[in-house]
Design a protein around this ligand. Sequence first.
Ligand code: GDP
Ligand code: IMO
Ligand code: MG
Length: 428
Amino acid sequence: MKSVAIIGAQWGDEGKGKITDLLSERSDLVVRYQGGNNAGHTIIVDGKKIVLHLIPSGVLRGDVTAVIGHGVVFDPQAFCQEMITLKSWDGDIDASRIKISANCPVVTSYHHLLDRCREEHKGGVTIGTTLKGIGPCYEDKVARRAVRVGDLLNKQLLSKRLAAMLSEKEYLFTHLYKAEFPTLEEERDRLLELGNLIRPHICDTFSLVDQAVAKGKKVLFEGAQGVLLDIDYGSYPYVTSSNTTVGGIFTGGSPSGAAPEAVIGITKAYTTRVGEGPFPTEQLGEIGEKLQSIGGERGATTGRKRRCGWLDLPLLRYAIKASHLTSLALTKLDILSGFDQLKLCTGYHYQGEMIDCAFPGIDLEQVEPIYEDLALFDDKFEDGISEKSLSPNLKNYIKRIEELAGVPVDILAYGPGRDQVIIRKTFF
Ligand code: GDP
Ligand code: IMO
Ligand code: MG
């Protein structure tokens, strides 16, 4: 295959970073195309952990070009901090492989402030955002008044763009939110300095990807968040502000020549969610706490506890349709090992009917999950195991998920480390 996409099939944090790192071993380019540093993608190599927020997870592989496409909202300060973390993780990393689109909208101090004001303002909807300024920055992009990365290299242009962006916000900060905010000159000087630091990475990533595809290079697209957080297909309004589904690749990442041949949906063997919003299979008692503690379920970006529950097939089936998923990677199977209960949600009772796919428009607050009990497993997962050594009950759990999802599980993950995987199908 020449082009493969990695997409979160749930509410984010499914293990996209780990699977991207795995598949980038054989790819030439790894491209982020939406979201921003609201993402937190964890990779563990030889016991050493790194969490990447903006830099594509392929960067840890020596000769991969890591591309931040124009659909990403780019916080230059967060990027510079991440570069320091990356360098301290591996001093030999070649930073010239990291490319940033000149057309990415820039996340400014005003966006951070607005995100916080909106979340705290009584009367508004509390989403439980990551407070990284993502939503407000996308608002400015759509309103056609965003500062873009290329503007950071031109003082006059930057002043003009900031003035356009600040005019309404100034009114909101002063009169509605009563919040202190940096002056235009303060913000301009801060951004100019950051622009200078990132200058060597800025380029036309559209042409970069286009030319790579023309030369037959292998491209891996790394999604952030998950299908259920998609602005159009997700559990609105409790969503993020970008297209996390496969469509985001076309608008935010690359020319059509790179249309992915495989779209791999990453799903945990159970479900988690951070932030507000409906969650039909959420377990508020002992099971939820056990998944949370054994699974180490804490947000990689905000440190918040993740809400936990059983795997929800009606939502997974929907994610498969909404993002045209052709394969699944099933992560965190090790966490369910030794549990004294094991359930899958196979359908919902909803408005007097039984449904097996959560389609947009149904009220997830009102559904009543239908559960199937599965035989327990207690596998020990030695490193380097093959599928043959999995217990019959675990094999049955995976098979049942495949039957209900209608899509093959092509990758199994049984630990956070780079090599703790069983690969059933080769993509590159
Ligand atoms: P992402 O945002 O989709 O990249 O996922 P996160 O990094 O936010 O969260 C996934 C968490 O699960 C991280 O701590 C990973 O190290 C960890 N992880 C991924 N796959 C597995 C697995 O198969 N087993 C275990 N135990 N941990 C995993
Ligand atoms: P990765 O890529 C999990 C959630 C937030 C909140 C909602 C909106 O690591 O899977 P935002 O800051 O985007 O406006 O917040 O989306 N959210 C995530 N949840 N993983 C993520 O990214 C997320 N990025 C945003 O918790 O509910
Ligand atoms: Mg994450």
